[in-house]
Design a protein around this ligand. Structure first.
Ligand SMILES: Cc1cc2nc3c(=O)[nH]c(=O)nc-3n(C[C@H](O)[C@H](O)[C@H](O)COP(=O)(O)OP(=O)(O)OC[C@H]3O[C@@H](n4cnc5c(N)ncnc54)[C@H](O)[C@@H]3O)c2cc1C
Length: 411
């Protein structure tokens, strides 16, 4: 038994599940992520025949998409040992961080569809659980061109300035909401999603506190998409704008209409999203450390493997300490937030996200020093890990903005 699997309380079933995800990560996600990262045009990532679709399809066949959904909807939540979730997230982040986010965010709209009493939305969740082909894909549409960190800091009840009101507006007319506005190019899966969790403004006079949340089928008339975003890291994670022009959304799809409730839900969403990031990016930190250790044993300078040089030894051990500390904290945070679900603790989740992503970045950066010049080339995985880790420090909230939000909650 390896160190990472060591847990005397894990059942054989849980261990088998962990092993399945590790295999899927190393055999399917990792090679696909490398291939997708090298594609010059992000349109190629989502083109017919791209390996992205093989990853999504295999994850569906394995049932990864329904791990957080209760059995009543066809999911497997009750069968999941809470200790396995963080390990699965670590394995997927280890394999390819961008793809792990692509797969994770896909289930987002289902969380809110489940909250609705509407039979149509409940059926959507059942269809999603049964979907083994990747025909139903979700996204989380929150960021707008004019409102990025506003959404992160806007969960604070003090954030009521009408100047900061979100720009995607929904106005109730009879039995329909008319939706107008634009979500930014940062929407993960925005280019391929069939359904969105859409954050809207219902009452601009209340600023960020006048929000609502809808589950939106993205084939409604008036919805269009932008071109896939071309960015430096997590290139396997396709992202793009979503435009809404006088979109008529049946009233039943607006799941949350109460501004005060919406603020509490937004906090819960950030807690869950950041908790997940905290777990996944420990995986990336581990991957960067593993690559550096492997290279240090292979590369010979001064007549010996560079691992024999004291500076390299000390640097590797320092990286090892950082990864172990981040993982221990992320797992502890996950256990605490599971025990205190559905709210969990936002400062703990944010602390895990900030710690894991900055650890991943620092470890990848230090690994490049160990690689020397070749660490900067496309020949080795480490430069991709470095780019993927950098993107994570902005993803789901720039780390400083998140820390400000977490600090408010401490007070
Ligand atoms: C890989 C990746 C995946 C993402 N996925 C999604 C997704 O699925 N869905 C989605 O909707 N969005 C997504 N995002 C967007 C992400 O949430 C935003 O980029 C992030 O919240 C920061 O917003 P911004 O880029 O507009 O930066 P800005 O808000 O413009 O911030 C710029 C700088 O100013 C600082 N700043 C801003 N406001 C304040 C303030 N009030 N006080 C102090 N400092 C402040 C910030 O800390 C930051 O350093 C993703 C981003 C990345 C990188």
């Amino acid at each position: 038994m390896g160190y990472l699997e060591m847990d005397l309380t894990l059942s054989d079933e849980a261990k088998a599940m962990h092993e399945t995800i590790r295999k899927f990560g190393l055999e399917v996600m990792r090679p696909a992520g490398i291939k997708l990262d090298k594609m010059a045009d992000p349109e190629q990532v989502i083109a017919k025949g791209s390996v992205l679709w093989d990853v999504i399809k295999t994850s569906r066949e394995l049932g990864i998409h329904k791990r957080g959904i209760p059995k009543a909807f066809g999911g497997m939540l009750e069968d999941m040992d809470p200790k396995v979730g963080p390990r699965m997230a670590e394995e997927m982040g280890y394999a390819d961080a961008g793809l792990s986010i692509c797969l994770g965010v896909s289930a987002f709209p289902m969380t809110f569809a489940m909250m609705s009493p509407e039979p149509e939305l409940q059926q959507l969740v059942r269809d999603y659980c049964e979907d083994t082909k990747g025909e139903i894909i979700g996204c989380w549409a929150i960021t707008e061109p004019d409102h990025g960190s506003d959404w992160i800091l806007g969960t604070n009840p003090k954030f009521t300035d009408p100047k900061c009101a979100p720009s995607v507006r929904a106005v109730l007319k009879g039995d329909e909401y008319i939706i107008t506005g634009q979500k930014s190019a940062w929407v993960s899966n925005g280019t391929i999603a069939t359904h969105a969790t859409l954050h809207v403004c219902l009452d601009p006079s209340k600023g960020m506190q006048g929000g609502g949340l809808a589950v939106v089928p993205l084939n409604l008339p008036g919805i269009t998409r932008g071109k896939p975003l071309d960015k430096i890291g997590q290139r396997a994670l396709n992202q793009g704008e979503i435009f809404f022009e006088e979109v008529k959304l049946p009233k039943k799809y607006m799941v949350i209409t109460d501004g005060a409730l919406m603020s509490a839900i937004a906090k819960m969403i950030l807690t869950n999203a950041n908790g997940g990031m905290g777990q996944a990016f420990v995986g990336l930190a581990q991957a960067a450390y593993d690559e550096a250790l492997k290279y240090a044993k292979e590369r010979v300078q001064g007549g010996v493997p560079i691992f024999e040089h004291k500076n390299i030894k000390l640097q590797l051990f320092n990286m090892f300490i950082k990864v172990e500390a981040a993982r221990a904290y992320a797992r502890r945070m996950a256990a605490y937030n599971h025990a205190t679900a559905p709210n969990g603790s936002s400062p703990h989740a944010i602390a895990a996200k900030v710690l894991s992503t900055s650890t991943a970045f620092e470890v990848a950066h230090e690994a490049i020093t160990i690689f020397g010049g070749v660490g900067l080339t496309k020949e080795y995985l480490i430069e991709k890990l470095f780019r993927d880790a950098r993107a994570a420090m902005i993803e789901d909230g720039e780390n400083n903005a998140l820390s400000l939000s977490g600090a408010e909650d401490l007070i």
